[in-house]
Ligand binder design. Structure first.
Ligand SMILES: *[C@@H]1O[C@H](CO)[C@@H](O)[C@H](O)[C@H]1NC(C)=O
Ligand SMILES: *[C@@H]1O[C@H](CO)[C@@H](O)[C@H](O)[C@H]1NC(C)=O
Ligand SMILES: *[C@@H]1O[C@H](CO)[C@@H](O)[C@H](O)[C@H]1NC(C)=O
Length: 408
């Protein structure tokens, strides 16, 4: 559609003809006078938010990914809304890095269109190293009507699989059918300056889910959803989460780990300067009974709570479905080991009277749990906060509520 072409498109066409003819290169390699920008407008998009543009996007992706360049850019301009059916942006790419610049808006089709195809993801980037996704565009998963009956599968809006050195920043993500962003199998990644929003009562709408990854930084995000703000699964190491404002939602979770007897490991997770506003949990570690592995070397520091329920919680008896709720059997007490967890500087208000809950298994327990500078008060007048403790050991200084099980 010539009226949708970028102003320089006609010049480029002339250039492409000359380039392919004189150098014997494929047109993709001659794209935009040897420069590196692949604009979706040059791939016959419609951009009306109604008709499907995924074929055009994938054609632009194939060109960008196949170009032999240091960096190739997939450019999604502002001013249009692109409806994309489920699409897989597959690597590895020929260019050493790929910049996806999202300034326009991207919307999902009706949720039925993809769940009926048994798809777990709407948009997935797979095996792309050196991928940057940035811009101020919006990604709308149209999930606001997604009920448990419709979302049989994971229903992840934007997924990254095996994308090393991923950088994701600037975008707004709304109404994920379930999780908004999911990262698995990636090392060296930064997620920053995102705004993620879904209704408070939308089930399973995690902000960011991450597992099987290492060397991760997540900073300066605002995440308001119906489930976990950030959920960390097994196989994680070296994660810094800084300046993330969570709420509503379920807070920052490590776990659930050890589901169905799985061996899961999480270590070196450091959460700094984060806030929980109106969340159902704050700093949370949860594991299923009968799992194995560990969650260790974890810290939460400088945390602000505003009317949050359950500000600090370790739960080694986590269970949501009867299938894996083996903890009902008293002798099944193996669990993912929780150790070396530090909570330092928690300020604000709790809406549950039991503000600190350490609930650990008889067999492995929780060890070296350190609480300091915990100044929590009830959101309600005349309520005194309490704590509870089962099989947890460690130390505490300057904390309210006090913890009998932790040494001063
Ligand atoms: C949700 O459902 C209502 C009624 O069926 C419909 O009008 C609306 O467009 C749907 N919203 C989304 C985002 O699918
Ligand atoms: C996390 O922060 C610590 C302390 O500032 C730093 O030493 C470490 O390199 C950071 N890790 C990552 C993955 O950014
Ligand atoms: C703490 O996080 C808030 C956003 O929640 C940010 O505005 C502030 O600059 C951060 N402070 C530091 C010291 O990083």
């Amino acid at each position: 559609m010539s009226d949708k072409r970028s102003p320089t498109a006609d010049l480029l066409t002339t250039f492409l003809v000359l380039c392919t003819a004189s150098l014997g290169l494929s047109s993709d390699m001659c794209q935009e006078d040897g420069s590196d920008v692949f604009n979706v407008l040059d791939y016959e998009v419609v951009g009306d938010g109604i008709r499907d543009d995924s074929t055009a996007f994938l054609a632009a992706w194939t060109a960008a990914c196949g170009a032999v360049l240091d960096t190739s850019t997939l450019y999604i301009p502002e001013g249009s809304t692109f409806l994309l059916n489920p699409a897989k942006f597959q690597g590895p790419c020929m260019s050493s890095s790929i910049d996806v610049q999202v300034y326009g808006n991207i919307v999902a089709p009706d949720i039925m269109a993809w769940t009926s195809q048994n798809l777990n993801n709407w948009l997935i980037f797979s095996n792309v190293n050196g991928l940057t996704v940035s811009g101020n565009g919006q990604i709308d998963g149209q999930g606001s009507n997604c009920s448990r009956d419709v979302c049989f599968f994971d229903c992840q809006a934007l997924a990254f699989r095996n994308c090393n050195n991923l950088q994701l920043s600037g975008l707004t993500h709304v109404n994920g059918p379930r999780s908004h962003i999911s990262v698995v199998g990636s090392t060296g990644l930064t997620i920053s300056n995102l705004q993620i929003t879904a209704p408070k009562d939308s089930p399973n709408t995690d902000g960011i889910d991450i597992s099987q990854s290492s060397n991760v930084q997540i900073h300066d995000c605002i995440i308001e959803t119906g489930d976990d703000c950030i959920a960390m699964g097994g196989g994680l190491a070296n994660i810094n989460i800084t300046s993330v404002a969570c709420g509503p939602g379920h807070g920052i979770s490590i776990g659930s780990l050890g589901r169905g007897g799985a061996m899961d490991t999480v270590e070196e997770v450091h959460v700094r300067n984060c806030s929980f506003t109106g969340t159902m949990f704050g700093a949370r570690i949860k594991s299923w009974q009968v799992g194995s592995g560990y969650a260790r070397y974890i810290s939460f520091k400088d945390i602000t709570l505003i009317a949050a329920a359950n500000p600090i919680i370790i739960d080694q008896f986590y269970c949501t479905t009867d299938k894996y709720c083996t903890n009902k059997l008293m002798f099944k007490t193996e669990a993912v080991q929780v150790s070396d967890v530090t909570y330092d500087g928690f300020y604000g208000t709790s809406i549950t009277d039991n503000a600190v809950k350490l609930s650990c298994s008889e067999t492995v327990g929780c060890t070296d749990i350190v609480l300091s500078n915990i100044a929590l008060t009830s959101q309600y007048p005349n309520h005194v906060l309490s704590s509870s403790c089962l099989n947890a050991q460690g130390t505490s200084t300057a904390i309210n509520p006090v913890m009998d099980c932790l040494l001063p």
